[in-house]
Design a protein around this ligand. Sequence first.
Ligand code: TYD
Length: 129
Amino acid sequence: MNKIELPRISDPRGNLSFFEGESQIPFQIKRVYWVYDVPGGEVRGGHAFRTQQEFIICLSGSVFVNIDDGKETKQVYLCRSYYGLYVPHMHWRSFSEFSTNAVVLIAASSIYNDDDYIRDYSIFSNESK
Ligand code: TYD
């Protein structure tokens, strides 16, 4: 897991940032989705992926990403649209403390596949040993 600073093209007309698969992030993007309109206090995610890698950006507002690799837990605060968090496969992750109007974008290395999800923490814990 690591935080990646993205290019910033500063411009008096407004700034621009971007990422490209296998350039700024270490996988080819197969899917992009986003989480928004999250009511205060809600927690989303709370699962791991057997093979899927992700790159998470908070495009607007702020959010905490809670990451557990089976050995230790870390919390990463995302509040700038030019920082993203790379999360490898087999990391339990959840999102919490969404600010008002937070928009969290996730670029994923695979299309949606429910079989890739591990939603039971004890199964994750066993498989990550
Ligand atoms: P999920 O990833 O389980 O989100 P969370 O862990 O925050 O609840 O997705 C919620 C629902 O959305 C789930 O029933 C499947 C559906 N979904 C798709 O159909 N396609 C997608 O790309 C994603 C991410 C979710």
